[in-house]
Design a protein. Structure first.
Length: 379
């Protein structure tokens, strides 16, 4: 490890140097290529994040995380939040004030932060709801297991949800966030429209890939109109759905292009390709990851994610298992070839707020292992 002349800022070793290069795309300027992955935390009673949430995000930003993506924040729709007693939203003055404090704290230490906006869709049906709660909604009333859980959304209901996304995007801009991420992955509402397993509609929102993509494109276009041309929009997508890990939006690059190109045209700036293992090739005949294909297809920047810095993958986490730190050699090799532009880190950052700066400084022996009990606290 070496230091600059002022002896304050460590210069990263060549192997990890790419991770700590600045990134700029349009108005978004980041001090490093490391992104804090969005992770649901459940520490915002009645939708309101407190000072502990602000401190939690600030600690990552002050330790070389270039961009913080928050836990999912529900859009202003009656059935968007799967559990409003613990998950955040923008729906009250108290909640908005709480998020303004979060933003200010991250900015105070030089970081950038965006909210992940989400509607749970039919996944909410699996969570006990209080009496009088609005019914869960979805494109066809089907959950990811193919079981009927409700009635298909009407076109009017679809338009209402699109408008709610735009309202949330505008609120994020007013609160001083540096952009937004739309959660279009893992079997939540936008993804329920994208995937043929949950979208059996026969109108303009279902059938072909192009029609299944229409809802997502309308959400993106409405958000873009609400925030203007210079407010970054990131779109997170995945092949897998929780807990159907074998699900696939696209069987080949051509089908993936049918999904992603309309979303780019609608206003997406950066694609966030969610996988369980970032290093795995997505399609036969190529070593490219899902993020690599997203970048190649759309010519837009891409974020990779999936078990970065840990030996045990996401499946182990869902089983309540911990994981020891692992080598970053594969990651740095892919970054060096510009296969993708940014890398999102989840559990490793959950366990260790200083993960990024320890990587930068060559202090791998100080990295903390991930333990499942990290879910129950805000380090």
């Amino acid at each position: 490890m070496t230091f600059t002349e002022n002896n304050l800022q460590a210069v990263p070793a060549p192997a990890v140097a790419k991770l700590f290069e600045p990134f700029r795309y349009g108005p978004l300027e980041l001090s490093s290529r490391i992104v804090m992955a969005p992770m649901a935390r459940g520490f915002s009673p009645n939708g309101v994040p407190g000072p502990d949430v602000a401190d939690y995000y600030r600690r990552r930003a002050e330790h070389q995380v270039g961009l913080v993506i928050t836990e999912n924040i529900s859009i202003p729709h009656p059935s968007a939040n799967q559990d409003p007693t613990i998950y955040p939203d923008f729906n009250s003055e108290e909640a908005r004030a709480g998020w303004k404090h979060v933003v200010d704290e991250v900015h105070r230490v030089g970081g950038k932060i965006i909210p992940q906006l989400m509607h749970t869709g039919i996944a909410r049906a699996a969570i006990p709801q209080p009496d009088g709660a609005a019914p869960s909604i979805s494109p066809s009333g089907l959950d990811v297991n193919g079981e009927q859980q409700g009635e298909p959304m009407t076109v009017e209901e679809i338009h209402e949800v699109v408008a709610a996304y735009a309202e949330a995007a505008a609120e994020a801009q007013r609160l001083g966030f540096d952009g937004i991420e739309l959660h279009g992955a893992h079997g939540y509402l936008i993804d329920q429209f994208l995937w043929e397993g949950t979208n059996h509609r026969t109108d303009e929102y279902g059938g072909s890939i192009a029609k299944r993509t229409r809802f997502a494109a309308e959400v993106i276009a409405a958000c873009r109109q609400a925030v203007g041309p210079d407010f970054p929009i990131i779109f997170r997508f995945s092949q897998w759905k929780f807990p159907v890990y074998t699900a696939r939006l696209a069987q080949n690059p051509e089908e993936l292009a049918e999904v992603l190109k309309p979303l780019a045209a609608a206003g997406v700036d950066i694609f966030h390709a969610s996988t369980r293992r970032f290093w795995e090739p997505e399609f036969e005949g190529s070593s490219l990851s899902l993020a690599g294909w997203a970048k190649q297809i759309t010519d837009q920047p891409a974020i990779s994610v999936g078990s970065v810095g840990l030996q045990q993958d996401f499946a182990g986490f869902m089983a309540g298992e911990g994981s020891e730190p692992s080598s970053l050699n594969d990651l740095t090799e892919r970054m060096a070839t510009s296969e993708f532009d940014l890398v999102a880190v989840g559990r490793a950052l959950l366990a260790d707020p200083a993960w990024a700066v320890k990587i930068r400084d060559g202090r791998e022996d100080e990295l903390k292992p991930f333990h499942a009990d990290a879910i129950g606290t805000l380090y």
